[in-house]
Design a protein around this ligand. Structure first.
Ligand code: NAG
Ligand code: NAG
Ligand code: NAG
Length: 488
């Protein structure tokens, strides 16, 4: 696997809850098909924005953890990078000339903070097993048992998370887009609104979209990482950007963080927004918008997003394990976890479809193989497509840090191929494969494999529900000035 530069930490489809559910990332398929498209320019609205140079960026005070120097928006240039080109149609991730990127207002990696998120080798987290998973699928050492023994006893257990009551909202408010196939209750975005920033920061969506597209053009692994990030954030203590906080003991220090990525994209969007609309847009809303745009960038549906989330004041690593779905989870275990959040079995299948983009390191699915009498690795699950099994073993033979596309043959495009693959025994993670072993989920998988429209339609509703989990609104929390730390 070549996958460029960041293949090492790009893993992703797995590990955590979403890990398991969300795919993510590393550059996947040979991306010739995905030639970068000239980075779009900022919308006029943004350009017109006042305070060009050193905006009134409230000096972010960097708490202990990473004393990231206050970052002013793009130093040299005004926050507004380039010409007013109308932003491309939402859907078109059409490749064009690769040259563009460099010239574009492409988000430059947040220099200062960089070190903190330096790509870390996918080395297995200390003794803790599953999530980050051990590298290569090799003879059956102690691979994570099927049902994944989690470090914390609470692991799979669903429910009771100190999550806010809003987590399991009543089926009211038809705020979410219609999701015909979904029987789940409509999204609970009680206090959220699509127009939340209409007056305070009208260009917020264009700004985030611009940053996401630029970053994704330069690094194809970004979309998968952003999609995975929203799962991770929302499943652990609600969609409150708690996943972004750095420092000892925070969520990011959980071994599951090894499969997270894309933080620099969120930081870049935040930097831009602080220049245009200081202290206005929450990091949690940026995460949601970025995930929505990541899906659109890769060809998926552009769904409406409600905004107004507030950022958390805390982030605890101890909250991660209990809320994450491990790759060893069964359908029942995943269903229980989802149910504890007020999400249905249909949501589970639909959101698992997020694995249609992104990739995962070999260690995340090693548990699906065992050595035979002669020491050769063979699939544990007899339903795994034999040809696919061979492909996986070959891809992982060279290096444990190798990454494999979560959606065989179509890991760079958000489509319904993932579901067809499941029916064909080509599910990458165990949590993907088991979806066809339960009659109910299998029926849904078959329906989505049959109709991409059905999948996309359902995605809109499930994404809305996911991004409404445990949201903090009103005077709760705060609007962080720097996403990696509380305002303090
Ligand atoms: C991820 O977790 C590991 C293990 O706890 C920790 O050493 C590392 O600093 C964490 N990474 C980030 C970016 O916090
Ligand atoms: C499928 O999984 C759901 C959720 O755990 C469970 O309620 C249902 O009984 C399962 N269906 C079958 C046929 O096993
Ligand atoms: C193991 O190797 C022997 C000798 O080559 C062969 O006959 C046998 O079929 C192999 N067993 C398996 C399970 O591949």
């Amino acid at each position: 696997m070549d996958r460029g530069r960041r293949r090492q930490w790009g893993v992703v489809c797995s590990a955590l809850l979403l890990s398991a559910l969300l795919a993510v990332a590393s550059a996947q398929s040979p991306s010739p098909a995905r030639a970068p498209k000239p980075a779009p320019s900022l919308p006029a609205a943004l350009r017109a924005a006042p305070r060009p140079s050193s905006p009134a960026v409230p000096a972010p005070k960097a708490p202990a953890a990473s004393p990231a120097p206050k970052q002013t928006p793009s130093p040299s240039a005004s926050p507004v990078p380039k010409p007013p080109t109308p932003r491309a149609p939402a859907q078109a991730p059409k490749p064009s000339s690769p040259a563009a990127p460099s010239a574009s207002p492409v988000p430059k990696p947040p220099a200062p903070r960089a070190p903190a998120q330096a790509p870390k080798p996918p080395s297995p987290p200390s003794a803790s097993p599953p999530p980050a998973a051990p590298p290569l699928p090799k003879p059956s050492p102690p691979p994570p048992a099927p049902s994944a023994p989690k470090p914390s006893p609470v692991a799979p257990a669903p429910a009771q998370k100190p999550s806010p009551p809003t987590t399991t909202p009543p089926p009211q408010k038809p705020s979410a887009p219609p999701s015909p196939t979904n029987s789940s209750p409509p999204t609970p975005s009680l206090a959220l609104s699509p127009n939340f920033y209409a007056a305070s920061c009208p260009s917020v969506e264009l700004a985030v979209n611009d940053v996401v597209r630029s970053a994704s053009t330069l690094d194809p692994s970004i979309p998968g990482k952003l999609l995975r990030m929203v799962f991770h954030d929302c499943f652990v203590e609600g969609c409150d950007a708690s996943v972004l906080i750095q420092g000892s003991g925070t969520e990011r220090t959980d071994p599951a963080n090894l499969s997270l990525g894309g933080f620099n994209v969120i930081d870049e969007a935040k930097r831009l927004l602080e220049a245009v609309c200081p202290a206005t847009v929450s990091c949690s809303d940026i995460i949601v918008l970025a995930a929505r745009d990541a899906v659109t960038f890769t060809g998926g549906p552009s769904v409406p997003v409600s905004l107004g989330r507030r950022d958390s004041l805390v982030s605890l690593a101890s909250n991660v394990r209990a809320n994450i779905i491990d790759t060893g989870f069964s359908v029942d275990a995943m269903a229980a976890s989802f149910a504890s959040k007020g999400l249905s079995l249909d949501d589970l299948v639909t959101l698992s479809g997020g694995h249609t983009i992104g990739s995962a390191h070999c260690g995340t699915f090693r548990e699906r193989f065992r050595p035979d009498a002669n020491g050769s690795m063979v699939p544990v699950d007899g339903t795994m497509n034999a040809e696919y099994a061979t492909e996986l073993m070959r891809a992982c033979a060279a290096s444990g840090s190798a990454a494999v596309g979560c959606d065989d043959g179509s890991a760079a495009a958000f489509d319904n191929r993932y579901f067809s693959n499941l029916l064909d025994g080509r599910g990458l993670l165990r949590t993907d494969a088991v979806l066809v072993q339960n009659a109910t989920t299998r029926a849904r998988v078959a329906a989505f494999a049959q109709s991409q429209d059905s999948f996309f339609s359902s995605w809109a509703g499930s994404f809305a529900r996911l991004t409404s989990l445990g949201v903090k609104t009103g005077s709760a929390g705060e609007v962080r000035r720097l996403c990696s730390s509380v305002n303090g």
